[in-house]
Ligand binder design. Structure first.
Ligand SMILES: Cc1cc2nc3c(=O)[nH]c(=O)nc-3n(C[C@H](O)[C@H](O)[C@H](O)COP(=O)(O)OP(=O)(O)OC[C@H]3O[C@@H](n4cnc5c(N)ncnc54)[C@H](O)[C@@H]3O)c2cc1C
Length: 497
């Protein structure tokens, strides 16, 4: 049964929403979380993640504060390096081509470390991402690409920990409760209309936090805002993020903000289902492409697979794959790099072919011109600077020379059987455009003023990501802005904000 009145309503039940709910509760507010999904599918895109989370740390002491279980032996065997605030700022600037809103970026970077500590105090546990973000070279792990921490148990573990904290703190969650519109007037937002069990009811509230994700699961909105062809992308995560939160805020005068034609999209198994599958999680992604070459239907390479660390290119390469003929590509590896492939290459639901000669391999690549594919591989092999040593932990500069489409790092010849190839298409993760918020998480209207009583957090906050995205920032921004929005909402409800 939905209550008639509550202090704070939070729309959504992913990472941003649950952080907002927990923060609002700290100010004594009664909190109701509305989750559109049934309980078995709760947790939005957050649940589909590996839980990788990008945060500032100045050395191993910061990591120990977050992960007290780290042993001395693990510390001795690992080069964790640092990820300073300066580096995080640089990464956000560089990958977004300096379009990211600097005020939002400053909040994201500066609050990343304290927000993770706050989450830990709420019962969320963290661990180093040994498996995916560090290669062992000469007996020692070395972390690369600024991404070192993951939530214990990945996305599912994060969601469980957040819901457990919410239950402990007396936060109510309503399932299959879809927010359909906001109740708003001259005094701002005073409630939410909710559709549950075939009936629509109003819940009155002093503050409302919208954290209902982007519009990635809505093919009509994708095509309208991202452009032609985006209806053909597969959705990597939740089927429930259809843009409701953004739409209901725009309906009450919120300002559209950020990169509305941009999104996070990756190489994703060509035969994956239309929406994410919780049993597979992020396993359909194929993120080891920096060690491959990718061929399209014409048998041609089309992108520099080794332009940068995976964390800084994967989110924009989905679009590049979508733009290829028939929206697919094959990633090709040989024996030399097979041991570097991430765990997701070994799942049962994988579109893979294998052969002992290149001639056989190219014939097995569905929908690819085999003659041109072979020619491309041979030309690539001849162009690799084998005199430069290969090192997966650094941008090794082992490049090609003289090719129209260069490969800048990690170029290895493809000449030792067995040869393997994996078919990918474009999988959309989340959309970049959304609402404008201020430093207190308040939603800004088209006059540039905060809408009283309305806060927002998570994927639907615009202005952070443009064109591209540094891996692990989605969860961090959801947590940072979730906590900010929840604090603002809780204070307002308590009459102190
Ligand atoms: C496969 C995959 C892997 C990823 N891996 C990572 C990673 O390792 N690290 C990282 O940082 N990011 C990762 N991301 C991105 C990350 O998932 C998102 O950035 C983050 O989870 C967004 O959190 P959120 O709370 O804003 O949205 P979500 O977690 O998607 O939550 C949105 C919530 O809103 C609910 N909802 C929608 N409409 C309504 C409505 N009308 N009424 C009520 N509820 C509604 C949904 O059901 C859901 O509960 C990944 C994403 C995917 C899909």
């Amino acid at each position: 049964m939905l209550p008639e009145t509550v202090d704070v309503v939070v729309i959504g039940a992913g990472n941003a929403a649950m952080c907002a709910a927990l923060a609002a509760r700290e100010h004594g507010a009664s909190v109701l979380v509305l989750e559109r999904a049934p309980e078995a599918e709760r947790g939005g895109n957050t649940r589909f993640t590996a839980g990788a989370i990008r945060c500032v740390y100045d050395g191993v002491d910061d990591l120990k504060a977050l992960m007290p279980d780290l042993t001395n032996e693990e510390i001795a065997n690992t080069d964790f390096g640092t990820y300073t605030a300066e580096k995080f700022h640089d990464d956000m600037g560089r990958v977004t081509e300096y379009r990211a809103n600097p005020d939002l970026v400053e909040l994201l970077v500066d609050r990343s470390r304290p927000t993770l500590r706050w989450m830990r105090a709420k019962g969320v546990r963290f661990a180093p991402i040994w498996g995916r973000q560090a290669f062992k070279v000469d007996g020692r792990f070395k972390f690369w690409g600024g991404l070192t921490v993951e939530a214990w148990g990945g996305g599912p573990g994060l969601v469980e920990a957040l819901f457990a904290a919410a239950a402990r703190e007396g936060i109510a969650v309503a399932y299959e409760a879809r927010a359909v519109s906001l109740v708003a007037g001259d005094d701002g937002v005073t409630g939410v209309r909710v559709r549950q069990g075939g009936r629509t009811r109003e819940v009155r509230a002093k503050s409302v936090v919208i954290a209902a994700g982007g519009f990635e699961a809505n093919s009509e909105m994708r095509t309208r805002y991202l452009g032609p062809g985006w209806d053909l992308a597969k959705v990597r995560g939740s089927r429930f993020n259809t843009g409701d939160g953004i739409r209901m805020a725009l309906d009450v005068g919120a300002m559209p903000y950020g990169n509305w034609s941009g999104c996070h999209a990756v190489g994703w198994d060509r035969n994956a289902p239309e929406f994410g599958d919780l049993a597979v999680g992020d396993g359909f992604q194929k993120h080891s492409y920096p060690f491959s070459i990718m061929l399209n239907a014409n048998g041609e390479r089309f992108v520099d697979e080794g332009a940068d660390f995976r964390n800084y290119t994967y989110a924009k390469y989905g679009r590049v794959i979508l733009n290829q003929p028939n929206q697919f590509a094959w990633q090709i590896f040989d024996r030399k790099t097979r041991h570097l492939l991430r765990d997701e290459y070994r799942i049962r639901q994988v579109t893979k072919v294998q052969a002992d000669t290149l001639e056989d391999l190219v014939r097995k690549l569905d929908d690819v011109d085999p003659v041109r594919a072979l020619r491309t591989i041979l030309a690539y092999n001849a162009a690799v600077r084998t005199d430069i040593p290969f090192d997966p932990n650094v941008k090794d500069g082992r490049c090609t020379e003289g090719l129209l489409v260069p490969k800048s790092n990690w170029a290895n010849t493809i000449d030792e059987p067995p040869f393997e190839a994996y078919a990918v298409t474009c999988g959309i993760t989340f959309t970049f455009g959304g609402l404008k918020v201020d430093g207190e998480g308040r939603v800004i209207d088209t006059e540039g003023q905060p809408i009283p009583g309305l806060f927002a957090a998570g994927e639907l906050v615009g202005g952070l990501f443009y064109f591209n995205y540094p891996g692990g920032t989605g969860l961090m921004s959801g947590a940072v802005f979730g906590k900010i929005a929840g604090t603002g909402a809780g204070r307002r409800a308590a009459g102190t904000g």
